[in-house]
Ligand binder design. Structure first.
Ligand code: ASP
Length: 591
């Protein structure tokens, strides 16, 4: 028989009707002669009742978990409804059962929340049968569908770019693919379609997009995948604001359509909040601040530079040092243990310690009113300034870290997040914002030179072009990141469309003219053939999907992900290959 419905979609509308459903046996219960089956398909569960007088009862007796069966029966009202279940008001009385396939005992239970991730990954197919994974993968599908719809309506054209391409320096390490025909030469898997999308703008396509796999051979981190998916976008003739407007509108649309969520907008502009990179780092210690947490750094570097507390004094005097306070609201009560834990926590980020002042009586600006080991080192006017600048009240606590700015930002930034989450300070469920005006370059201590903060094709602010030569550190870029709940979900920039500016950026990156021509000749040449102003953005689809699914990890929104060490536990990739395969490629391995 043909299937008439999905199990999970049967409602009271079907009462009295005969239906045929097919799916997996999620549960089977034998209740004194009557057999109950929970039949599962991608849309949900359906309760089936098999009465002993029905000829199909014999088949029901043979059924075990995860058998694939076909059931025909009549929909009726359920005597004891199950409110937890979408189909909980009805059940189906079977009159025909066909066993389509049997199943041996499963290595893990479908939807077993307690199964550890390694076991889930080895048995990914069974794991994918579970409701959580089915929901996540289907939501991801809706997400890409809505993205395509939005971009199509706005005139974007889906154009594929190569997966076997040229290895280019900068950014992460490339995954290389040896060429059999051109022995000793390698393709690289693209880290992103960046240069191709720019060339498509030079070619006149005006608006491009692609939902595309990117490959980066980076050091592994918990939430990183060697291959991941971007929603990659590029446009011609638009400035930063105009590109951001399109990307923002896309994000607002998908949240509304998929989750019925209106992302909070800035009341002054009616758009997402925008802050500069400098403000983000100064106020939150991070270029991807989680603004659901209503805690802001209070900088006291200048105010405390002459104090007698050595740690503060030294931090204020070193180059790039800072003193930062974080005042917690009085709903947050910190125990001795909390303070000890936080002290250990900031140590991980290189901070030497965490100081605190607990305000017991604001009228007594001394050790009687302020509880803290550091009060004795601070003058009354300094304490007064601290209280004023932090607006501290009785029963509130102020935390301090003083060190090199990088250490203060990272440690206090991480502590801000920890306290925000642990002490339940989150104000909204969602908070998105733009971070703009990133520096063009950042100094890489290991390489002892400047590297591109976004990528080497990002345009500098027009008024900063001269700084490329004289003071690259001060040069700001026409770039932007979009941040959601403390995750960078996208980033992009207006690009360099003039070959001479591009050459200056390569120069700032210490690339010789020959090197630049060698590696990026195809870009530099084409920039000379009437390249239009252009720019774009790429969203990380996996992160976006994970946030929308409320998933703990991006692995929970990827059907076949890799582990944190880049292995696929299902297929066992990467694997050793035959000598013959290596010989064909002209490759000899070391071991
Ligand atoms: N290609 C860039 C990236 O992958 C994004 C962009 O600038 O559009 O980060």
């Amino acid at each position: 028989m043909q299937r008439t419905n999905y199990c999970g979609l049967i409602t009271k509308e079907y009462l009295g009707q005969q239906i045929t459903v097919k799916g997996w046996v999620h549960k089977r219960r034998d209740l004194g002669g009557i057999i109950f089956l929970d039949l599962r398909d991608r849309e949900g569960l359906l309760q089936i009742v098999v009465n002993p007088e029905e000829p199909c009862f014999n088949n029901a007796l043979k059924i075990k978990h995860e058998f694939v069966i076909e059931i025909t029966g009549i929909v009726r009202e359920r005597p004891n409804p199950n409110k937890e279940l979408k189909t909980g008001l009805i059940e189906v009385v079977a009159n025909k059962i066909i066993i389509l396939n049997t199943s041996t005992a499963l290595p893990i239970l479908v939807d077993d929340e307690s199964a550890n991730e390694t076991i889930r990954m080895v048995n990914r197919v069974i794991d994918l049968r579970g409701f959580k994974m089915q929901h996540n993968i289907m939501l991801r599908n809706k997400l890409t569908f809505e993205v395509r719809k939005f971009l199509d309506i706005h005139g974007f054209i889906d154009i594929e770019t190569p997966s076997l391409t040229l290895s280019t320096p900068g950014g992460a390490r490339d995954f290389l693919v040896p060429s059999r025909v051109h022995k000793g030469s390698f393709y690289a898997l693209p880290q992103s379609p960046q240069l191709f999308k720019q060339l498509l703008m030079v070619a006149g396509f005006d608006r491009y997009y692609q939902i595309v796999k990117c490959f980066r051979d980076e050091d592994f981190r918990a939430d990183r995948q060697p291959e991941f998916t971007q929603i990659d976008i590029e446009t011609t003739f638009l400035n930063e604001q105009e590109i951001r407007d399109i990307a923002e509108s896309m994000l607002l649309t998908i949240f509304k359509k998929l989750l019925q969520v209106e992302l909070p907008l800035d009341s002054n502009t009616g758009k997402l909040k925008v802050i500069t990179h400098k403000e983000a780092v100064y106020n939150y210690g991070s270029d991807k601040p989680d603004l659901r947490i209503p805690l802001k750094f209070i900088d006291l570097t200048n105010e405390l530079k002459n104090c007698n507390f050595k740690v503060f004094q030294e931090a204020a005097l070193i180059k790039n040092g800072r003193i930062v306070a974080l005042k917690l609201p009085n709903s947050v009560k910190l125990s001795r243990k909390d303070l000890d834990d936080y002290n250990k926590f900031v140590y991980i980020y290189g901070a030497k310690g965490l100081a605190y002042i607990k305000v017991n009586d604001i009228t007594q600006i001394n050790e009687n009113g302020l509880q803290s080991p550091i009060v004795k080192f601070l003058k009354e006017n300094e304490l007064k300034t601290i209280l004023e600048k932090t607006s501290a009240q009785n029963d509130e606590i102020i935390l301090f870290i003083a060190d090199k700015a990088k250490i203060v930002n990272e440690s206090m930034g991480a502590l801000r997040l920890k306290i925000g989450h642990e002490k339940h300070l989150l104000e909204n469920k969602w908070q998105a914002l733009w971070v703009i005006d990133f520096p063009m370059f950042e100094y890489n201590e290991e390489m002892k030179q400047y590297v591109a903060a976004h990528h080497a094709f990002t345009a500098p602010k027009d008024e900063h072009i001269d700084l490329l030569k004289t003071n690259p550190e001060k040069c700001l870029a026409k770039s932007y990141d979009i941040v959601l709940n403390g995750w960078e979900i996208g980033g992009g920039s207006v690009r360099i469309h003039q070959a001479d500016v591009q050459a200056k950026v390569f120069e700032a990156l210490k690339m010789t003219v020959e090197e630049a021509q060698n590696k990026f000749g195809f870009l530099l040449d084409n920039l000379q053939f009437g390249a239009p102003p252009h720019g774009g953005i790429a969203f990380g689809l996996d992160r976006l999907a994970a946030l929308m699914c409320n998933a703990d990890s991006i692995r929970d929104v990827i059907a076949f992900p890799k582990t944190t060490t880049g292995q696929c536990l299902l297929t066992k990739a990467p694997s050793v290959v035959d000598e013959k395969q290596l010989l064909d490629l002209g490759i000899k391995t070391l071991n």
